[in-house]
Design a binder for this molecule. Sequence first.
Ligand code: GLV
Ligand code: MG
Length: 339
Amino acid sequence: MTVTRTPAKHFQPLAIGAPEPFRTLPVRLERMIHFVPPHNEKIRAKLGDMIKKVDVILGNLEDAIPATEKEAARAGFISMAQEHDFGSTGLWTRINCLNSPWALDDITAIVASAGNKLDVIMLPKVEGPWDIHYLDQLLAQLEARHNITKPILIHAILETAEGVNNIEAIAAASPRMHGMSLGPADLAASRGMKTTRVGGGHPDYAVLADAGEAGAPRIAYQQDLWHYTVGKMVDACMAYGIKPFYGPFGDFSDPAACESQFMNAFLQGCLGAWSLHPSQVDIAKKVFSPDPAEVDFAKRILEAMPDGTGAVMIDGKMQDDATWKQAKVIVDLARIVAS
Ligand code: GLV
Ligand code: MG
């Protein structure tokens, strides 16, 4: 029996380069965390095809699952875990929050019946490191009891004002920490923000351009409501060697806005986002795979400075040790996508 509270040390060092902070986590593409409602038999019936299209399948037990279907969702998740071979696709679940009537049964039943298939538990409404410590200890006990050979990792959703306040302690709370996702809907409510949207911008969150000619309309530039929190999350995650993700985008009728929100998160350092609808899978795949033209340019930087030091000009742009490191992030990611 292999049981430990320090899962990170089980993992092999990377065979190929990856962004520096992720050296102790398994190398896996996680460009989209694809949410499915496990109590829905029609969706479960199509799961085999979906497993081939996505990087991660997540069985959702929390919000969006009616209270009357919580047990059915848990049972459905266990069946889907047992019935399918997930190959290189990750298998995650989002359990109910720790102070709900369902969380304990979610954890105990799923680890007992599907613990050897499960990669990650997504924990909603995390407020501080104490939430992670509780789940960490419980998982250690259950892994020992059920002979789980691969430690189950924890992914926190950043969706309360208190959680944002304690973000660094959450990131550092356990070697089981896989990463964090921004949960803009719950976070908006927790902060008292005045929006009913799930992620994305808001037309009234804008800055007016300077006044032009008298009588000419003033241009309003819409701003990114989530810029501050995504930046804070990326810094906390990178500082503690875990992975940052953007969460949900709720307006399925606006793929362009979804792509733009995902792209902002990608450029700021996030590795993936949630897909709540099949139409968002390809958006996430495109956005979170580096642009080929950017990869070609990054390769030229690495080639021009083989030892990563000095300064060169490429196409009129100055490159030095720092841009070499920026280029390496992009080239390493491209290698992982290609492998
Ligand atoms: C996700 O759970 C969110 O609240 O946005
Ligand atoms: Mg939420």
